[in-house]
Write a protein that binds this ligand. Sequence first.
Ligand SMILES: [Fe+2]
Ligand SMILES: [Fe+2]
Length: 204
Amino acid sequence: MELNTLLPSIIADNALHAKWLNTLSLMENTGARKISASEDPLTVTYIILKHAAEEHRHAFYLKKQIEKTGPAACATYAPEFLLAPGYSKYYLNQLDIQVSRYLKQALKLSGKDLRFAAYLLVTYAIEVRADELYPVYQQALDDAGSKVNVKSIILEEEGHLEEMISQLKQFSPQWAQHAQIAVDYETRLFNDWVNALAGEMIPA
Ligand SMILES: [Fe+2]
Ligand SMILES: [Fe+2]
């Protein structure tokens, strides 16, 4: 199942669309909190602060877009307000676990160095995904004539991918090889997530 085949049915149904926006908001918030949690209080940089601030804004902005889908509000991230709640919550944590395990085994990293390297690789993989997902979603919104729009997120996500690449280049000359491993883990988790979304949409 491909996401672009699911999106028109999600957007066409206001209740589903509200939950979809809330689910993206949850995932942005999870990412934002992970970046903040991995910050070193002493050596945190301009780029990391900017990135955390923008991911927190994405979570808020998506939550605010829910108003445009009608009266169906999604007050919190409780499971009844989400699509595929289990997979949506599991995705980022699982990616973090898999990437951290790889870094421990392949590069023998631990402590602070492990936290920073995991931030770099996990965030890189997510930015690659974001740069694919949001334009596909925006196209589906345009096709449906929806009032919801995510153009400001697309602009910022493009900047994030460039920033992650420049940080990765400083981290290791073999950065591309490590990054590909993170992308492979992410692809499997993302496909599971999309299948879980599709499963929820089959009418009971
Ligand atoms: Fe984001
Ligand atoms: Fe981002």
